[in-house]
Design a protein around this ligand. Structure first.
Ligand code: NAD
Length: 249
């Protein structure tokens, strides 16, 4: 039990086959009580129920400061503390540079980048008051290799922004024992592609993965568990690749 009695907040954790959901289940199995924040109230509540007793599901758009602050206040009222935040909510879009509309740009950046900032701003005072905490941010291999997997350039930019933000926050809050680290998954089999990824493309990607398979949500959840727990107590500001060796260099 690596997270016994810890309180963990995970954004975007309602999606059935998603990384957030697998992370929530993994954390709960390790003794954490988990607050699941996602867009739909029923989906969030259902996902929390499925974890067993003592978990919470709340409706939040992570890009909306008021909704974020209200949700974090509710979590603090309920549990009294927050030990772990996983900034997992994210959306993507398979469009090229010349096709990126301003609404698409805003939405893709807002969910990943603004959402990561707002959620971190909301939980850090509570972590500070508790003497520390761990924040895990979901970036992507797309940030490191300039896309070319599924998402467009605005997605790569959002996820590269997450890396910079996480590193700068890690530097700023290390003296207060708040560790902030990022995970850069390769292609993980979830529903984020909305069924738009062609088999041919998928096979081409697998050909470039030394471990010879796509990732699954549990692969990423295990990495999040490591970063959330005291196993990683001397790590902050790192980028943990979970990509089957796709980016060995
Ligand atoms: P997913 O689509 O299965 O889940 C994403 C969840 O985020 C959904 O439940 C969705 O409702 C929620 N969400 C979307 N916008 C939100 C908002 N504004 N506020 C709150 N919740 C919101 O996706 P996934 O594949 O599990 O991805 C999880 C994270 O991992 C994302 O940040 C994604 O960019 C990142 N990632 C995924 C992959 C991959 O191949 N699946 C690779 C690299 C990085």
């Amino acid at each position: 039990m690596l997270l016994n009695n810890k309180i963990a907040v995970i954004t975007g954790a309602a999606s059935e086959r998603g990384i957030g959901r697998a992370t929530a289940a993994c954390f709960a199995a390790h003794g954490a009580r988990v607050a699941i924040l996602d867009l739909d109230r029923h989906a969030a509540a259902h996902a929390a129920q499925q974890l067993g007793d003592g978990h919470l599901g709340l409706a939040v758009d992570v890009a909306d400061p008021q909704a974020v602050n209200q949700a974090v206040a509710q979590i603090l009222e309920h549990y009294g503390r927050i030990d772990v935040l996983v900034n997992n909510a994210g959306i993507t879009q398979p469009v090229k540079t010349l096709e990126i509309g301003m609404q698409d740009y805003d939405r893709v950046l807002d969910v990943s980048l603004r959402g990561t900032l707002l959620m971190s701003q909301a939980v850090i005072p509570a972590m500070r008051a508790n003497g520390g905490g761990s924040i895990v941010c979901l970036s992507s291999v797309s940030a490191q290799r300039g896309g070319g997997i599924f998402g467009g350039p605005h997605y790569s930019a959002a996820k590269a922004g997450v890396l910079g933000l996480a590193k700068a926050m890690a530097r700023e809050f290390a003296p207060e024992q708040i560790r902030i680290n990022s995970i850069t998954p390769g292609l993980i089999q979830t529903d984020i592609t909305g069924g738009l990824m062609q088999d041919e493309r998928r096979h081409a990607i697998i050909d470039g993965i030394p471990l010879g398979r796509l990732g699954n949500a549990q692969d990423v959840a295990n990495a999040a568990l490591f970063l959330a727990s005291d196993l990683s107590s001397y790590l902050t500001g790192i980028t943990l690749d979970v990509n089957g060796g796709m980016l060995i260099h």
